[in-house]
Design a protein around this ligand. Structure first.
Ligand code: 0A1
Ligand code: ZN
Length: 873
């Protein structure tokens, strides 16, 4: 008999079912006696009935993978008949008074915790991860963000194994114990939800610094890492101090504890976590040295360090009422970290990169089976909703709100939001209301952005009346249906725009148009000739724009004053040409380099040094996925062939100019990570990438030389990427050399895996399968899994979608294996298989068959079940 899939689907949690908690917790006194296999956790909770809730008979406590040792209410052991174990691992306790003290003791096993949620071990050290629902894996508790309590935490451990004992808040004593053990106590004066609780214990060393707040308080800063990594924390520390200063200057928000600790861990499900006073970071977002980290890594560190720091106010002091409000903290905090980075220097290039990311990750999500509003209506597993929609689209919604209420109104709105809701757990509605009350701008209709899924399509038509000099722009919008939302309403779309004359100069009329209805006309008087409209400047709304001609796009790419529109028009122009070539490829017609595209490359190269970072972005062809997304049915093979053809043709046509730039832009002097130096390296390596595809082999020779002599990881990796795509004998030597040199450095080894997983070579899947068996591969390390399996499935469309279906089978096998180790990481890997509707019927059927095979697995986690079953629907 074959075992069958889940018979009872896991329950769906609905936003409309929200009820305030029946009991509140004022104080939590925790005691953790750490031991790898059997940690004892004692919790003393001061509970009282919530006057704002409906009366309840039982106290509900969440719990998961906990072994109950003892339970006492007001000092007396609870009789077993009053304690009912719940099917999900929690407890219901009957007949409790209005106010009482509950003391529990449980045993947990950090070393058995491969889920990396709750308390776990990594490299012999202890870390916790409690968002979203990990605290219930540490102790019995009403584990929901609207229960905010003050925590005192005492940690006890072996002194030799764990010299460092950290938790939230400020330190409050430490001492020795018998048998080589010791203890430390931490008190967090700020009430917080359980998801912000953290403990870190182990053999770590601190890199220290300090920050004086503008009111003159000194904050002790420390980044805790493994011995040997102290020299790799400078950029993280610098980013932290700049973030602290920026939040004071921009929002008047000061840090509110005496210490700010960051601990770095190499086994982590996400990027980092904003636990109060004790952020825990994936090492990827802390450690950087020029020889081990790329410019992109340095940028990632600044982004994530600032993001977690900014959560101290947007997330921690003001938190979420329930998990449907996740974007309240995430959308707002992503907006804040984007704004911070833009303020550090290259605002325009930062915006392009953010939009590229939004289109690569969020637009497909919004058009796929997991599409959900920024504020979802339901979920099965909340961990599946840490999505590009909640984070990136959520940030776009906040950005639009700022466009509507103005910069000053936004600042007033933030002040009011924080004054009104400090130490509260609130909703997205509360945020919008504060913005509306402070600015006086009615945001009623704007709230649709939070409720409606799907990417609006914005279409433009224009006409010019030469007799009156009147120019009319007709803008219209519609949003395609998404699962559970067949009908859509118009949303207010702020369209920042300008008008460009035939001479390339700006005409009067620039401003922000607000499209609120399905269709509206906007007129401009006094023009002597028909202008070209420059729309969505700075990407003023997360929509798909269409309706401009190829000619207009080419014109804007050259002449617009807005760098975003210049870049985007160039990309749209390239997409149009690539789609034409896809048709040629399918009809087996010979492919030619379109002269219009060649002319725009030539124009870019003429002004290459005006802004090298921008040039590098503009020279990069739209990704294969982005092009496929513009087709009614994707054709990964044809799109890949066309993009490769164009890279080779452009590389060959402009080989001389690429070679000159590549040589001129070589780094001289010490390695610097400012915007200018990064921009030069980006352009240099964009040139190398084209040369690598050009006829004649010159690019490969340059790549080999750069690989062997490059003084920083950005240049070395760019060269290795070129070699890894090639059949050159230098390929094997470079990959082996790289592995030999860096095998002790996890983060660098991740790059070695990812480069091979993303190679354009036809044998990539075979290589990836072999790498799964490599001694350095480890299914329990999320970074490694993302580097190999994630990079292959999400970063190599032509090989993943190989006509044989072997790529799909490999991903399904990987998801099944992962689900037994780490369900959060497993569920997150399912995504690419869910895009089957975009593929042709044959590929679609193969993908569905693999999804169905996963679903049949007995004991599938609820998170993976949710992703797979929704993908099949
Ligand atoms: N709040 C974090 C993201 C995060 C979410 C869940 C985690 O574990 C399952 C870890 C981190 C952030 O926005 O950075
Ligand atoms: Zn966040």
């Amino acid at each position: 008999m074959t075992t069958t899939a889940r018979t009872n689907p896991p329950p769906t949690i609905r936003r409309e079912d929200y009820r305030p908690p029946a009991f509140l917790v004022d104080e939590v006194d925790l005691h953790l006696a750490l031991h790898p296999a059997a940690t004892r956790v004692k919790a003393r909770l001061d509970l009282r009935r919530n006057p704002a809730a409906e009366p309840a008979t039982a106290l509900e406590l969440d719990g998961e993978a906990l072994k109950l040792v003892s339970l006492r209410l007001d000092g007396a052991a609870l009789p077993p008949e009053r304690v009912r174990p719940r099917a999900d691992g929690g407890l219901s306790i009957d007949g409790v008074p209005d106010r009482f003290v509950l003391e529990s003791e449980v045993e947990i096993s950090p070393e058995a915790n491969s889920e990396l949620s709750g308390l776990y071990l990594s490299g012999g050290n202890y870390f916790t991860q409690c968002e979203a629902e990990g605290f219930r894996r540490i102790t019995f508790f009403p584990d929901r963000p609207d229960v905010m309590a003050r925590y005192t935490t005492t940690i006890e451990a072996d002194r030799a194994a764990c010299p460092v004992l950290l938790s939230n808040g400020n330190p409050d004593g430490a001492g020795d114990l018998p048998d080589g053990r010791h203890w430390a106590r931490w008190v967090d004066p700020h009430p917080k939800p359980s998801y912000l609780f953290a403990v870190v214990a182990g053999d770590l060393v601190a890199v220290r610094d300090s920050f004086t707040t503008r009111s003159g308080r000194e904050v002790a800063l420390a980044i805790w890492v493994r011995q040997g990594d102290e020299d790799a924390c400078g950029h993280a520390m610098d980013s932290l101090k700049r973030s602290m200063a920026w939040d004071e200057e921009t929002y008047g928000l000061e840090y509110d504890l005496d210490v700010f600790n960051i601990a770095a861990v190499s086994d982590f499900n996400m990027g980092a976590m904003e636990n109060k006073g004790l952020n825990v970071f994936n090492t990827k977002y802390i450690l950087a040295r020029p020889e081990t980290a790329t410019d992109a890594d340095y940028e990632g560190i600044e982004t994530v360090v600032s993001h977690e720091y900014f959560h101290n106010w947007t997330g921690n002091r003001v938190t979420c009422r329930d998990w449907f409000q996740l974007s309240l903290k995430e959308g707002l905090t992503v907006f804040r970290d984007q704004h911070f980075t833009a303020d550090q220097g290259s605002a325009a290039v930062k915006r392009l990169a953010d939009v590229r990311r939004l289109r690569a990750a969020q637009f497909p999500e919004d058009a796929g089976p997991m599409a959900h509003p920024v504020r979802p209506d339901s979920y099965v597993e909340i961990n599946n909703f840490y999505t590009a929609t909640v984070y990136q689209k959520g940030a776009e919604v906040v950005r639009m709100m700022r466009a509507l209420v103005g910069e000053a109104g936004f600042r007033k709105g933030m002040d009011l939001y924080i004054a009104r809701h400090d130490n509260q757990a609130v909703t997205i509605e509360d945020f919008a209301q504060a913005m509306q009350d402070a600015s006086g701008v009615d945001l009623t209709r704007f709230r649709r952005w939070y409720a409606q899924a799907g990417t609006p399509e914005l279409r433009v038509r224009d006409s010019f009346d030469a007799a009156t000099g009147r120019y009319t722009l007709t803008l219209s919008q519609s949003t395609p249906p998404t699962p559970g939302q067949p009908e859509k309403l118009p949303v207010p779309i702020p369209v920042r725009m300008g008008l460009i004359g035939a001479d390339g100069a700006e005409r009067p009329g620039a401003g922000v148009l607000l499209l609120e209805e399905a269709e509206q006309d906007f007129t401009f008087e006094g023009l002597e000739a028909k202008p070209v409209p420059s729309l969505l400047r700075g990407f003023s709304a997360p929509v798909k724009l269409s309706g401009l001609s190829l000619e207009q796009l080419g014109f804007l790419a050259r002449h617009d004053t807005d760098p975003f529109v210049r870049w985007d028009s160039g990309q749209q122009y390239a997409v149009a040409e690539m789609l034409r070539l896809v048709e040629d490829f399918r009809a087996q017609r010979p492919l030619d380099l379109p002269e219009g595209l060649a002319a725009s490359i030539a124009a870019l190269l003429d002004r290459a040094m005006d802004d090298p970072a921008f040039t590098a972005e503009a020279l990069t062809l739209p990704s294969e996925d982005f092009v496929s997304d513009q087709m009614p049915v994707a054709d990964p093979e044809a799109v890949h062939a066309v993009r490769q053809f164009l890279r080779a043709a452009i590389g060959t046509r402009f080989a001389g100019r690429f070679a000159v730039l590549h040589a001129e832009l070589a780094d001289h002097g010490p390695y610097r990570i400012d915007g200018a130096a990064m921009g030069r390296r980006a352009l240099r390596n964009a040139c190398l990438s084209y040369l690598g595809q050009a006829e004649g082999g010159e690019g490969l020779r340059r790549a080999e030389a750069q690989f062997n002599t490059g003084g920083n990881m950005t240049d070395v990796l760019a060269a290795l990427r070129v070699l890894a795509d090639s059949d050159s004998p230098a390929r094997e030597a470079a990959l082996a050399g790289f592995h030999g040199r860096w095998k002790q450095h996890d983060l660098v080894l991740d790059k070695w895996f990812a480069i091979q997983a993303m190679s354009a070579r036809a044998d990539t899947l075979q290589q990836v399968k072999a790498l799964v068996g490599h001694l350095d591969f480890d299914l329990r390390n999320p970074n490694r899994v993302r580097a190999l399996i994630g990079a292959f499935a999400a970063g190599n469309p032509s090989q993943f979608h190989h006509a044989s279906g072997e790529g799909y089978r490999f991903l399904a096998d990987s998801v099944i294996a992962l689900d037994a180790v780490n369900t959060q990481v497993a569920a997150r890997m399912v995504g690419p298989l869910g895009q089957w509707k975009r593929q042709d019927a044959r590929r679609g059927a193969l993908m569905r068959a693999e999804l169905a095979r996963i679903l049949e697995r007995p004991g599938l986690s609820k998170g993976t079940f949710e992703k797979v079953s929704k993908s099949l629907a």
